[in-house]
Write a protein that binds this ligand. Sequence first.
Ligand code: SAM
Ligand code: SF4
Ligand code: SF4
Length: 371
Amino acid sequence: MQPSKSDKSGDRIRLVGVPRERADSHWRRYAEDLGVIATVDTLARPLRELRISVTDRCNFRCSYCMPKEIFGGDFVFMPRDELLTFEEIARVARLFAEQGVKKLRLTGGEPLLRRDLERLIEMLAGTDGIADIALTTNGAALAGKAQALKHAGLTRVSVSLDALDDEVFGAMNDVGFPVRRVLEGIDAAAHVGLLPVKVNMVVKRGVNDHCILAMAEYFRERPAILRLIEFMDVGTTNRWKPDEVVPAAEIHRMIDARWPLEPLAASHPGEVASRYRYRDGGGQIGLIASVTKPFCGSCTRARLSADGKLHTCLFATSGHDLRALLRGGASDQEITRQLRSIWTSRADRYSETRTALSTDQPKVEMSYIGG
Ligand code: SAM
Ligand code: SF4
Ligand code: SF4
């Protein structure tokens, strides 16, 4: 259908793109509470977050993301002139913010490899409507950059770390990168006030599931929240197999048996992690059950690849070319019309409909689309 004109008249909020009676009351209330115009998709999910990949390159070769045999010395990454410039990214972010996006997350590839990232953060921090600018990083360069990132306007950071054991971690990042330097990055982020630091651990059966309790123990009592993530079938190169997934329920049982847990309410609609607190007061953890308990129903994220393709799902097979619009002289109104048209026709719910067949279908790589 033709998107209805969005406006805020008095206290009444109109959802763009779906008849009001089809808009889920939960999201409608959320939009009304926030007092925002919400552009919603065909499943009544508003557009709340934009993940921006700033590079497809990385200094790690995590086997579940950029396996060395594919992303080796002869792999061709994006040429520099194909990457969106900071000015182009900032313009897109502003137009998304006008459609209700409140949160930006910078990712990649490894975002800290993009030169002068602080300058981009400074530009984004000045965007009307953006309340939160987060970063997902492998932490390799974080210790030296945390202060400058905070100063530029970064609000939060998620650091990936799959084990505390150097042998296990070095094999998983496949470049032998030491745990100590990632921990220094986490400490530096906490020290400058990028709090709470979230620590993402992808759990693969038989690879690092024996490291879960040591990770939980280390991050208890520290200003960091450990989040345990089920290994996902993103892309086509990581040779995902269902039996390598350790279900979040199993991870929960393991940790709960050692340090009893109790569930916490979601801190906001659309939160991907189920949160738990340690009953003894040792902090909290998050479980991300993307495979066994998908959360497509509350997925409010769009993803912009480093070359300006907009994807409406992590498991997309292709994206919409915003760079062509940006470089082709399109006006803000034209780009906005395109954004709305893309979001209002969105019907993605891959994880809820995953089958043995769909896991083998062509999908864009996570290092390209941005995790
Ligand atoms: N390089 C940065 C990092 O590793 O944090 C940012 C990009 S990375 C693609 C974003 C997140 O995706 C990381 O936390 C990573 O562990 C996660 N990830 C990558 N491949 C995954 C997979 N197959 N299943 C689950 N999570 C994955
Ligand atoms: Fe690099 Fe992050 Fe992918 Fe690991 S998960 S290979 S650090 S982009
Ligand atoms: Fe969102 Fe797609 Fe993941 Fe579902 S599968 S939660 S729609 S990114």
